[in-house]
Design a binder for this molecule. Structure first.
Ligand code: CMX
Length: 437
C-alpha cells in the first residue's frame, strides 16, 4: 500500500474515536482556566489536540510516542549515513508507523517527482532586495505558490467534501515539502554565495540533496537530516504549529497556512533565537579577541545581558522544564564528531551550558533555566561553513514544515472546526476576580 492508502486506513480507523469523544463525552471537563492564563498567553491551557507529537515537560518531545534516540534508531537509514531518511520520518509522522525501506524509498521517489519549483518563484525571489531577511524570502516563496493549491482549486470549483478534502491537503503538503529544500538552498546561494544556485541531484534523498544544493560536502547531509527531524514538531501550542493550524482551520490551504506559520517562526522568542544565540556568542568572543572566556567573564556577560533587560537566547521554554533533548542530541553529534568536539565555538556553547542555568536560577525569573534546541544548533552550522546566521531560521522552517503539514493533513481528515476562542474585557476579568462590581 502507498503512503496515501495507509493514511486513508488510519484516518478511517481514527475518526470514530474523535466522533465518540465529542458526541458522548463532549461535556467532560479537561481543566480550568485562571486569569493569569488568560492574560499570560494561554500558557498550559489544554485546548488543542494532536497525535503527531507530545511534549512532556521533563522528558521532552516524543514523535508518535518515540523519543529522539528511538526515532533515529528505528527509521531506515540512507546507505553510508548515520541518520535516517527524512522521507521515512514523514511516513512516521503521518501514520504513526515506522516504514520499511521499500515504503521509505517510495516517498523518496514521490517527492522527487513533485520537486520542480515553478520558475516564477525564482523571479519573485530575484526581484526582492537582496538584503531582505531570508525568512521573508522563504515565506514569500511559499505564499507565491498558493496558486498551485489543489485544495483551493477544488474548493473554488465547488468540490469541497468534508470526508475527502484531506486528500487535497495531502497532495498540497507533499507538493510543498518536496520543493522546500530547493527553495531554501536557492535563497542561500543567491543571497550569500555570489548568486550561484546549485541544481538538485536527482540521485539524492531530500536531506542529501539539500546538502548538495547548499554546496557543502559530507557529513553535512547527515547534519541536514538530523536537523530537519529534530526541528520538525513540538506538539501544537508553539507559535509556528499553532499558527499553521489556526490559519488552516479557516479552510485556508497548505500554502497560506505554512507561510503564516513560518512568519511566526521568524520571531526572536521562537525560531529566530538560534540566530540570536550565534550573534550573542560571536559578539562575546570577538570582544575577547577570539579567546575563550573564563567562567567569571562568562558569568558577567550573562548578567550584563539580563541586567540590560534582554533574554539569554537559547535558554528557557514555555513547556520544558529540563534540558531540551533536541539540544542533547545535537550536543552528542558535536561530541562524537572529530574537529567539532574541540571547536572553540562548541567549547564556548558548552561553557554557557555550565554557567547559564545557575545564573538564570539566581536571576529567578525564567521558569526553565535549561537550554532549548536553539542553544546548540547554530554552532554545528557555523562549523560546516554556514556562517550567515540570519539563514538559520530558514533551516528551522524547512524542518518545522514536516510537523505542521502532517498536523494540518490530520486536521482536515478529522474535520476539526474553525478555531474561535472567546475573549473577555479587562472589566469582566476584574468582575470575575471580585475586585469590581
Ligand atoms: N533569559 C532571560 N529571561 C528569561 C528567559 C531567558 N532565557 N526565559 C524566560 N525569561 C523570563 C521571561 O522573559 C519572563 O520575564 P517577565 O516576567 O519579565 O516577562 C519570565 O522569565 C518568565 O518566563 P517563562 O514563563 O519562564 O517563559 P515563557 O514561557 O514566558 O517564555 C521563552 C518562553 C522561550 C519565550 C523564553 O524562555 C525566552 O524568551 N527564551 C529566550 C529565547 C529563546 O531561546 N527562544 C527559543 C524557544 C525555543 C523554540 O523556538 O521553540
Amino acid at each position: 500500500m502507498s503512503l496515501k492508502e495507509v493514511l486513508a486506513k488510519k484516518i478511517e480507523a481514527h475518526r470514530p474515536r474523535t466522533t465518540r469523544l465529542v458526541k458522548e463525552y463532549g461535556d467532560v471537563k479537561v481543566g480550568e482556566v485562571t486569569i493569569s492564563q488568560v492574560i499570560g498567553g494561554m500558557r498550559g491551557i489544554k485546548s488543542l489536540v494532536t497525535d503527531i507529537s507530545y511534549l512532556d515537560p521533563m522528558e521532552g518531545i516524543r514523535f508518535r510516542g518515540m523519543t529522539i534516540p528511538e526515532t533515529f534508531a528505528a527509521l531506515p537509514k540512507v546507505p553510508g549515513s548515520e541518520y535516517p531518511y527524512v522521507e521515512g520520518f514523514w511516513w512516521l509522522l503521518l501514520t504513526g508507523d515506522v516504514p520499511t525501506m521499500e515504503q521509505t524509498l517510495e516517498v523518496v521517489a514521490d517527492w522527487k517527482a513533485r520537486s520542480q519549483v515553478p520558475e516564477y518563484v525564482w523571479d519573485i525571489l530575484r526581484t526582492m532586495p537582496r538584503d531582505t531577511h531570508p525568512m521573508t524570502m522563504f515565506s514569500a516563496a511559499i505564499l507565491a505558490m498558493q496558486r498551485e493549491s489543489i485544495f483551493a482549486k477544488n474548493y473554488a470549483a465547488g468540490k469541497f467534501n468534508k470526508m475527502t478534502c484531506w486528500e487535497d491537503m495531502y497532495e498540497d503538503c507533499n507538493n510543498l515539502l518536496a520543493k522546500l529544500p530547493t527553495i531554501a538552498a536557492y535563497i542561500y546561494r543567491m543571497k550569500y554565495k555570489g548568486d550561484t544556485p546549485i541544481a538538485p541531484n536527482p540521485e539524492l534523498d531530500w536531506g542529501g540533496n539539500f546538502a548538495h544544493m547548499m554546496g557543502i560536502g559530507k557529513p553535512y547531509d547527515d547534519v541536514a537530516r538530523m536537523y530537519f527531524i529534530l526541528h520538525s514538531d513540538h506538539e501544537s501550542g508553539n507559535v509556528s504549529a499553532h499558527t499553521t493550524h489556526l490559519v488552516a482551520s479557516a479552510l485556508s490551504d497548505a500554502y497560506y497556512s505554512l507561510s503564516a506559520g513560518i512568519n511566526g517562526l521568524a520571531g526572536p522568542l521562537h525560531g529566530l533565537a538560534n540566530q540570536e544565540v550565534l550573534a550573542w556568542t560571536q559578539n562575546f568572543m570577538q570582544k575577547l579577541g577570539g579567546k575563550l572566556p573564563t567562567k567569571e567573564e562568562l558569568e558577567k556577560a550573562l548578567w550584563d545581558t539580563l541586567n540590560s533587560g534582554q533574554v539569554i537566547p537559547g535558554y528557557g521554554h514555555a513547556v520544558l522544564r529540563k534540558t531540551d533533548p533536541r539540544y542533547t542530541s545535537q550536543r552528542e553529534f558535536c561530541l562524537k564528531t572529530p574537529g567539532l568536539k574541540d571547536y572553540p565555538l562548541f567549547q564556548l556553547v558548552s561553557m554557557i551550558y555550565e554557567v547559564a542555568p545557575k545564573v538564570l536560577m539566581e536571576h529567578g525569573k525564567a521558569k526553565n533555566p535549561w537550554p532549548n534546541v536553539d542553544a546548540q544548533s547554530g554552532v554545528i552550522q557555523w562549523y560546516y561553513g554556514v556562517t550567515e546566521y540570519d539563514f538559520y531560521t530558514v533551516l528551522f522552517g524547512v524542518g518545522r514544515a514536516l510537523g505542521v503539514l502532517a498536523n494540518i493533513t490530520w486536521d482536515r481528515a478529522l474535520g476539526y472546526p474553525i478555531e474561535r476562542p472567546k475573549s473577555v474585557t479587562t472589566d469582566m476579568l476584574e468582575e470575575i476576580a471580585g475586585i469590581k462590581k
